[in-house]
Design a protein around this ligand. Sequence first.
Ligand SMILES: C[S@@+](CC[C@H](N)C(=O)[O-])C[C@H]1O[C@@H](n2cnc3c(N)ncnc32)[C@H](O)[C@@H]1O
Length: 198
Amino acid sequence: MREFIFKANKAITSPNINLKDLPGSCGRLDLVCRCVSDSLFLSHDIRRDTVFYSVLCGPPNPPVCIKFVGSELRKVSPDERNIAIFIKKALKKFLETEDKDSWIESTPGIYVRKIGFKDLIIEKMEEGKNLYYLHKNGESIEKVKIKDNPVFILGDHIGLSEEDEKFLEGKAIKVSLSPLELHANHCIVIIHNILDKL
Ligand SMILES: C[S@@+](CC[C@H](N)C(=O)[O-])C[C@H]1O[C@@H](n2cnc3c(N)ncnc32)[C@H](O)[C@@H]1O
């Protein structure tokens, strides 16, 4: 199983999503959608071995975590607008549900829950997963052995805070994919490609 955790610092946490303005009023929800698409979609197929999480940390009700499970996804297509429609449905379901601390299934393969970035990381450690924090200044990927059941952690256009980075020390191996600053969704594509070829 491959997992990705994407922290979306400004992404909207209400279903009040304007599909015509994902980058602006939705707090760079376009980045979340692109990461969902690149994590889970192949040409005419879905990566059934992949789970993608995004912790949405924007107003009005942060944090809200959305989980996409490749093996269960139905009817979602890879374009940003379509993915945003499913995120909107998930946030609506979240608003209407009382028990927000457990995963709530919104549509097939898409779940929503009240859990923050650090707690999600702790859960993954308790599940025995191997954590990798993707960062330009990490150890070169060529020198790192990616173990089974990896979880890759990524920041958005702002990146992770100093506090988050301190929290990850000793929990996740910091890995670099390139000397250049890349988009998070491009990092996901590179990781998939590396693992596909193993
Ligand atoms: C657009 S970058 C973030 C830029 C942000 N200004 C910063 O300083 O972190 C988005 C995310 O992609 C990942 N990333 C970007 N370049 C990378 C690289 N060369 N190697 C590994 N991960 C990278 C990191 O997780 C980063 O938080």
